[in-house]
Design a protein around this ligand. Structure first.
Ligand SMILES: Cc1ncc(COP(=O)(O)O)c(C=O)c1O
Length: 389
């Protein structure tokens, strides 16, 4: 008798839910599947963070709604702002320019409800993070894909965006260090992007959960370090990846005060914020766990080398880009990304997402995630060599 709302008709099942179901079905049949599909670190959250969660969970005052401060706990916001000054050289006002999120995915969603009108166009990179388009659809707007190609270092060519599209576009979603390609933005590109947004009155949703995951001398780069960025941009950031806290659901948005206030308005009418004890744990992360990021980078560097060496032994000639824990790898022999991902699953029981799932310009690639244990990654690489060698 019941029918779901029409707004859900165009929204496909979330990519990783589909992959997870496929993996679970295979496991149920006794197949030893290795998933290199999802960016979900296996390492535990650092101990000081867990300890702080436990300590503050025993304080009954933290069991109540965390709604005293609409934008999230002010002590955490101040700590986030200190982190931004110290690590990225960016000054942000904790009261007006910062809000605590239930992860950056939530921020992507509420940014659209806060800043985009029905019928607007919203620019998204293609390939792009699969979370953006549904958020745009939920806001009644239409995503407009801007191609990212290897020829452009996987940075969108802003000059190629037609005048009519610039006129109708109200927002632009993008992220660097980039999921899925691993590309890192240059300061020049960010300056060009801010200029483009100012000229065309476009709000930038700069989704930056991988800001800390950069290699080979690359430095973490916030869009807010660009002059004038706060006029047009909000940066989303997250505790998920730098502190192995994907399950905790904690993030932050910083930047343009109109957008931050609008997001606070949406959020206070939608969710009631993050459990206080999780917010206290976030303070512990920022105060005590910067050194665990260095250890994390050593782990991913080691795993990157393992995958790159395996691919190159198999004749790939692959050079990784400098950001994220993903490797965006061209498929061999002109195979379609779906076909090649299926081949890896059948022959090696290794799951990778096909690039086409990230957009039309993702065709011809697959993505490896380095967030499995070293043992499992070694086993996956052995299976790959066996299946393809
Ligand atoms: C580009 C991008 N944005 C947002 C997210 C979601 O992060 P969070 O756990 O902070 O919601 C992810 C997670 O994989 C991501 O890759």
């Amino acid at each position: 008798m019941l029918q779901k709302a029409k707004r859900l008709e165009n929204i496909p099942p979330y990519l990783f839910m589909e992959l997870r179901n496929k993996i679970n079905r295979a496991k149920a049949q006794g197949v030893d599947v290795i998933s290199l599909a999802i960016g979900d670190p296996v390492e535990p959250t650092p101990k000081p963070i867990v300890d702080e969660l436990c300590r503050t969970t025993y304080q009954p005052e933290n069991h109540r709604y965390p709604i005293d401060e609409e934008k999230g706990m002010s002590a955490l916001r101040r700590e986030v702002c200190r982190w931004y000054v110290e690590r990225y050289g960016v000054e942000v006002d904790a009261e007006e320019e910062c809000i605590i999120l239930i992860g950056s995915k939530e921020g992507c969603h509420h940014f659209a409800l806060a800043m985009v009108n029905p019928g607007d166009l919203v620019l998204v990179t293609d390939p792009g993070y699969p979370g953006y388009k549904p958020s745009i659809w939920f806001a009644g707007a239409e995503p407009y894909p801007v191609p990212m190609t290897a020829a452009n270092g996987f940075l969108p060519d802003l000059k190629s965006i037609p005048a009519e599209v610039r006129r109708r576009a109200s927002a632009f979603y993008l992220n660097y260090p980039n999921n899925p390609t691993g590309a890192v933005a240059t300061p020049e590109f960010l300056r060009e992007l801010v200029q483009f947004a100012r000229e065309n009155s476009i709000a930038i949703c700069y989704d930056n959960p991988y800001i800390e995951i950069v290699f080979d001398g690359e430095k973490p780069l916030s869009i807010l370090s660009v002059e004038g960025a706060k006029e047009v941009a909000v940066e989303l950031n997250s505790f998920s990846k730098p502190f192995n806290m994907t399950g905790w659901r904690l993030g932050m948005a910083l930047g343009n005060r109109t957008a931050i206030a609008a997001m606070a308005q949406v959020k206070s009418n939608t969710d009631s914020g993050v459990f206080n004890a999780v917010q206290y744990a976030g303070i512990a992360a920022l105060q005590e766990c910067a050194s665990s990021i260095e250890e994390m980078l050593r782990v991913y560097k080691r795993r990157r080398a393992l995958v790159v060496n395996t691919l190159n032994r198999l004749g790939w000639n692959y050079v990784p880009l400098n950001g994220t824990f993903f490797l965006w790898v061209p498929t061999p022999d002109g195979k379609s990304s779906l076909e090649f991902a299926a081949q890896l699953f059948e022959k090696a029981h290794v799951v990778v997402p096909p690039g086409s799932a990230y957009g039309r310009y993702g065709e011809g690639y697959i993505r490896f995630s380095l967030t499995v244990s070293d043992d499992r990654l070694e086993e996956a690489m052995e299976r790959l060599e066996h299946a393809l060698g």
